[in-house]
Design a protein around this ligand. Structure first.
Ligand SMILES: [Zn+2]
Length: 65
């Protein structure tokens, strides 16, 4: 079953340690967000549908062309 529900939770920036809240589509791909503190572009994804603590990693794979 496909759901368009958004999961609301928090992530911690791996660069500066700032914690922020974000909504990520349930079951969707990682969402790209910028840290509101250091402005590093991060990919935030859910580890499981029930998780409220999201996984954030630096979005270095997306080079700008
Ligand atoms: Zn940051």
């Amino acid at each position: 079953m496909i759901s368009d529900q958004a999961l609301h939770g928090t992530f911690r920036c791996p660069v500066c340690g700032h914690r922020d809240s974000v909504e990520v589509p349930a079951g969707g791909p990682a969402r790209t967000v910028a840290c509101s503190y250091c402005e590093t572009v991060l990919e935030v994804s859910t580890r499981s549908p029930a998780a409220v603590h999201f996984v954030a990693q630096i979005a270095t794979a997306h080079a700008q062309h």
